[in-house]
Design a protein around this ligand. Structure first.
Ligand code: GLU
Length: 510
């Protein structure tokens, strides 16, 4: 196959917000397409009208565009193989379902839901499981039993029906999955899946998915492991249509597991442990709110990076990758078979890595909007300086506030422990007197100020540790923050003097 012919699709159903497992599937498809200079297609699989959720399609588009996964062909982008929304392709499916009926690979079934329920209960009573399959299809309410004439009569009378795939008996089929290797099955273990329903004139997932993959010339189906059980039916559908020669290759991606490593990662895990499971914040039609990576302060590059390592490995120790490096390195052969455990701490670590990689100037712009929301308007160059001092300590831009609020406002109180330990003896008086020294300082820079204060401490035979800590306490309200004299330099003379006086006023000078 010519490399440039690679065509992959991400085929979500708009049934709710996209789980990060879905996003990872999109990312792997995207990387694979880009690596081979192929096309990344977005197909909306909306044939299950009962599960349709308004807004879900928009959510999918917005998520992909936030992550920079540019779609080449899709509902919004258009393309040669459209429409890219399955609900707009009804006639196509109807025609292909008919083709299967005509060549004996499918049949009409009229069994009502009540009849099928009764059969299920009957089987259950005998400790068996009912399956509509080769073993019992000839006795059920379908065209195989009723014959052409009766079938036609019923259809013409408007009796609801479904079209079922006629799974052949005892055929061994073997197909290669790029991730899992050879997958082998025997058709006798499979049931006769519904392909089409007359009630809404819509296909089921299987028929629509296979037909579209064929018509859209998809070369590789890269999707989650939960679809692996559908693979045998899909292979049989390709066979039934006579499309086996151009059947896509398959790669089923491993599950993303809970932080405990047990079971599939769910929204509940995220809610419980405080991490997002969705790319963007989502409010369901009944008002249930789910956190999003974007709103939680993750950078899209960090999300792509953390997701790619959930199921893929580069074969080296490298953990941080630009998207271009990923495009270069990504191969389906390096996708793991076993489930990938989601580690929320590691997710935050990734964001931290991308945060510290950003320049102080870039971060300052981001942090300035956080400050503006708090009603603080400050000079960008000052914000840049402040951000540079503390960025190593945070994972998210929002967290910069906890580390820097004292640059923008006076302390609201003083840490009692520090007061007790450091604000004693003649230290407060000494500190108050420092304000005169500060007033007289000609150069307001950390180093000379530090020398000046140190000299004064020596001169007055003060305890160095007590003074420095008490000074810090008066300026920020506690025993935290970056280098004291850098704080002093940034706060400026007037503000420092005011804060010292305020502390002495509030805490007294004994
Ligand atoms: N519509 C399916 C989904 O929601 C697509 C599965 C596939 O990629 O074949 O995930």
């Amino acid at each position: 196959m010519n490399q440039t012919d690679v065509r992959v699709r991400f085929a979500p159903s708009p049934t709710g917000p996209l789980h990060i497992g879905g996003v990872r599937t999109a990312l792997f498809n995207y990387l694979f397409a880009r690596k081979h200079g192929g096309k990344f297609i977005l197909r909306i699989e909306d044939t299950d009208s009962t599960r349709f959720v308004p807004g879900a399609e928009e959510y999918i588009n917005e998520s992909l565009s936030w992550l920079g996964l540019k779609v080449d062909e899709g509902v919004r982008e258009g393309g040669e193989y459209g429409p890219y929304k399955q609900s707009q392709r009804r006639d196509i499916y109807r025609q292909y379902a008919q083709q299967l009926i005509d060549n004996g690979w499918a049949y009409y079934a009229f069994d009502t839901p009540e009849e099928l329920d009764a059969l299920r209960s009957q089987y259950e009573a005998d400790k068996k499981t009912f399956a509509y399959d080769v073993h019992n299809r000839s006795g059920l309410n379908n065209s195989l039993k009723l014959g052409d004439e009766e079938t036609l009569k019923r259809i013409e009378a408007g009796e609801p029906y479904v079209i079922r795939f006629k799974m052949p008996e005892n055929v061994d089929v073997s197909v290669k999955d790029i991730v899992r290797g050879q997958v082998t099955f025997n058709t006798s273990t499979l049931d006769d899946k519904v392909l089409f329903k007359s009630a809404d004139q819509l296909p089921t997932y299987h028929l629509a998915n296979v037909t579209d993959d064929h018509l859209m010339k998809i070369t590789h189906v890269i999707r989650g492991e939960e679809w692996l059980p559908s693979l045998p039916l899909h292979v049989m559908l390709y066979r039934a249509f006579g499309w086996e020669k151009t059947m896509p290759e398959f790669a089923h991606l491993p599950l993303i597991l809970k932080p405990s490593g047990k079971g599939k990662l769910s929204k509940r895990d995220g809610d419980k442990e405080g991490f997002p499971v969705f790319p963007l914040k989502y409010i369901s039609p009944d008002g249930d709110v789910s956190a999003g990576y974007r709103e939680s302060g993750y950078f899209p590059e960090a999300v792509n990076n953390l997701l790619v390592l959930l199921g893929w490995n580069p074969g080296t120790e490298q953990e941080l990758f630009t998207i271009d490096e990923l495009i270069d390195l990504f191969t389906l052969e390096r996708v793991n078979k076993s489930g990938a455990r989601f580690d929320p701490d590691k997710a935050r670590w990734f964001n931290h890595q991308y945060l510290i990689k950003k320049s102080d100037a870039e971060l300052a712009i981001l942090y300035k909007t956080v400050l503006a929301e708090k009603g603080i308007e400050t000079d960008l160059s000052l914000v840049e300086k402040i951000v540079g001092l503390v960025k190593e300590r945070v994972n998210f831009v929002e967290e910069l506030w906890e580390q820097t609020w004292f640059f923008f406002q006076k302390p609201q109180g003083y840490d009692e422990k520090v007061v007790k330990k450091r604000w004693k003896g003649d230290v407060p008086v000494f500190i108050l007197k420092l304000t005169d020294l500060f007033d007289s300082a000609e150069i307001w820079e950390a180093e000379p100020l530090k020398e000046m204060v140190s000299a004064e401490i020596n001169k007055k035979e003060q305890n160095f540790g007590n003074v420095m800590n008490a000074l810090r306490l008066s300026l920020v309200g506690g025993a935290f923050g970056p280098d004291l004299f850098t704080i002093i330099e940034i706060l400026g003379k007037k503000e420092c003097v005011e804060r010292i006086k305020l502390a002495v006023e509030v805490l007294g000078s004994h």
